[in-house]
Design a protein around this ligand. Structure first.
Ligand code: PLP
Length: 458
C-alpha cells in the first residue's frame, strides 16, 4: 500500500495565503499558548490538521449557491432543493434540516431515549455520548476488538461486535434500550469503516428486539467508498447504490454535514415514521427555528444541497481517501507508527510507540503535537491521556488505551506537497525522538480540560 494516490480532480480558482513563521517565532507562540494548540491563533499555523469538521473548501458551484440562496423565512427555494437531494440519496421519506450534527442529536435522542436507560453504539462520538447522557441514559460502546490493535490490518475496524451486542441486550433488557446507533465511519476508532454486512446484521438484531436502529452518518460517503474497495458484494456498485444499501431499513439518522457534505455549517435528521417526524419538527421549531430553515441561512442550505451530491462523486472520494493513503504510505516508509490501515479523515499517529520514553502522565501525544508545530507549523491534536483527563472520583490522571496524535485532513484544502511537509516533519522528529521531553499540567479546568489547560515542559 505504498504511495497510492489519485490526483486532485479539481483546479484552484481562489487561494488563501498562509503565514510561515520562523522556528524561533513558533517557540514563542506555543509558549505563550501554554503549550496548548487550541490556544494558538489560526493565523500562526501553516498546516491546520486540528479537525476535518467544517474546514473543507467549497466548490465554485457551492459558492454560486451562496448567491442563489433564498433567505425567505418559510418555504425557501433552497429548502425544496435540499429535501429533493437528501430524499433521493438516503431514500428516506422525512428529512429535517438543523444547523449541525449535535443539534440533530439534541432534537432526536431525547425522543428515542424517553423512558429508556441505554443507547448502544459501535462507538459514540463525544457529542453523541453527551446527548445520550443529557437525555438521562447511559452510552455503551460495542466495537469489534480488532479496533484496539493498531498494527494489525483488518478491513472493517469500525464494525459493531454483534455477539457482544446480543449479550448486552439480554443482560440489560431490550425494553431498556432506546436506540442502537451505528456511527459511520467509526470516528473514535480512527475513522475506521463499517461494512454493509455488519450494518445489516446490527439492524436485524435491533429490529428482532423491537429497538430503533439509527445511523450517525457524518462520514457516510467515505464509508461507502471503503465498502466499494473492501466488500466483495459491492465491488461493482456505484457509491449512490452503496449509500442506499447502508440506509436501507434504518429507522432514522443524524448527520453533521460539516464532514462529507463539504460545507462549513449544516446538519440533517432523517426518519421513516410520520409520528416520529411530527415530534422532530416540534423540537426543531423550539431549538433550531422554523422547519424549512432549521437554524441555517438560505445560502448555507443551498451550498449543502450541492455539497451532498459532490461528496458522493467517486473521483472526489478516490482523491480524498487517496490523500490519506498517500500520507500513510509515506509514514510507513519512514517508520512512523500509526493506526493501520489508515481511516477516512485522519491519520492517528501512535505517539506511545514513537515516544516510548514519555509516560502517559507526561502526555506523549501532546508532546508530539507540540513538536509538529515547532518543526513545521503543523497543528494536530492529542487523542490520549491529555484529552481523557482525571478520574472524577479520585482526581488522579487516567491512562488512555491509546496515545494518538491525530492529523485530521480537511477536504479539498491541502495539496500533495503539504502532505509531504507533514510526512517529512514527522520523519525529522523521529530522528530526534529520544531527546523530546514530556509535559506537565500547570492549570486545568475540571471538565473537558484539554481545550483550555496550560502546560509546561517537564
Ligand atoms: C462531527 C460529528 C458529530 C457532531 O457534529 P457537529 O456538526 O460537530 O455538531 C457527531 N457524530 C460524528 C460521528 C461526528 O463526526
Amino acid at each position: 500500500m505504498k504511495n497510492i494516490y489519485f490526483p486532485e480532480p479539481f483546479r484552484i480558482k481562489s487561494v488563501e495565503p498562509l503565514t510561515i513563521l520562523k522556528r524561533e517565532e513558533r517557540e514563542k507562540k506555543i509558549e505563550k499558548a501554554g503549550y496548548n494548540v487550541f490556544a494558538l491563533a489560526a493565523s500562526d499555523v501553516y498546516i491546520d490538521l486540528l479537525t476535518d469538521s467544517g474546514t473543507g473548501a467549497m466548490s465554485s458551484q457551492q459558492w454560486a449557491g451562496v448567491m442563489l440562496g433564498d433567505e425567505s423565512y418559510a418555504g425557501a427555494d433552497c429548502y425544496y432543493k435540499v429535501q429533493d437531494s437528501a430524499k433521493k440519496i438516503f431514500d428516506m421519506p422525512y428529512i429535517q434540516l438543523v444547523h449541525q450534527g449535535r443539534a440533530a442529536e439534541k432534537v432526536l435522542l431525547p425522543i428515542l431515549l424517553s423512558g429508556k436507560k441505554y443507547a448502544i453504539s459501535n462507538m459514540h462520538f463525544d457529542t453523541t455520548r453527551a446527548h445520550v447522557e443529557l437525555a438521562g441514559a447511559r452510552a455503551i460502546d460495542c466495537v469489534v476488538p480488532q479496533a484496539l490493535d493498531t498494527t494489525t490490518y483488518y478491513d472493517f475496524k469500525g464494525n459493531m461486535d454483534c455477539e457482544r451486542l446480543e449479550r448486552y441486550i439480554d443482560e440489560l433488557g431490550a425494553e431498556n434500550i432506546g436506540v442502537i446507533i451505528m456511527t459511520i465511519t467509526n470516528n473514535s476508532a480512527g475513522g475506521q469503516p463499517v461494512s454493509v454486512e455488519n450494518i445489516r446484521k446490527t439492524r436485524e438484531i435491533a429490529h428482532k428486539h423491537g429497538i430503533k436502529f439509527m445511523i450517525d452518518a457524518a462520514r457516510y460517503a467515505e464509508n461507502s467508498y471503503f465498502v466499494k474497495q473492501r466488500e466483495r458484494e459491492f465491488a461493482d456498485s456505484t457509491i449512490a447504490d452503496i449509500v442506499k444499501a447502508t440506509f436501507e431499513g434504518a429507522d432514522c439518522f443524524t448527520m453533521s454535514a460539516k464532514k462529507d457534505a463539504i460545507v462549513n455549517m449544516g446538519g440533517l435528521i432523517g426518519c421513516r415514521d410520520s409520528e416520529l417526524f411530527e415530534l422532530i419538527k416540534q423540537r426543531t421549531i423550539s431549538f433550531e427555528g422554523f422547519i424549512t430553515y432549521g437554524g441555517m441561512s438560505g445560502r448555507d442550505i443551498e451550498a449543502l444541497a450541492q455539497g451532498l451530491n459532490e461528496g458522493l462523486d467517486e473521483n472526489y472520494l478516490k482523491y480524498r481517501i487517496g490523500q490519506m493513503e498517500y500520507l500513510a504510505g509515506r509514514l510507513e516508509e519512514g517508520g512512523i507508527p500509526f493506526q493501520s490501515p489508515v481511516g477516512g479523515h485522519a491519520v492517528f499517529v501512535d505517539a506511545k510507540k514513537l515516544l516510548p520514553h514519555i509516560p502517559y502522565y507526561e502526555f506523549p501525544a501532546q508532546a508530539l503535537a507540540i513538536e509538529l508545530y515547532l518543526e513545521a507549523g503543523i497543528r494536530a491534536c492529542d487523542i490520549g491521556s491529555f484529552m481523557l483527563g482525571n478520574d472524577p472520583d479520585t482526581g488522579k490522571q487516567l491512562k488512555a488505551d491509546f496515545e494518538f496524535t491525530r492529523l485530521a485532513v480537511p477536504r479539498r484544502v491541502y495539496t500533495q506537497s503539504h502532505l509531504d511537509v507533514i510526512a517529512d516533519a514527522l520523519i525529522n522528529i523521529k530522528e530526534r525522538a529520544a531527546k523530546i521531553k514530556g509535559y506537565r499540567i500547570v492549570e486545568e479546568p475540571p471538565i473537558l480540560r484539554h481545550f483550555t489547560a496550560k502546560l509546561a515542559p517537564v
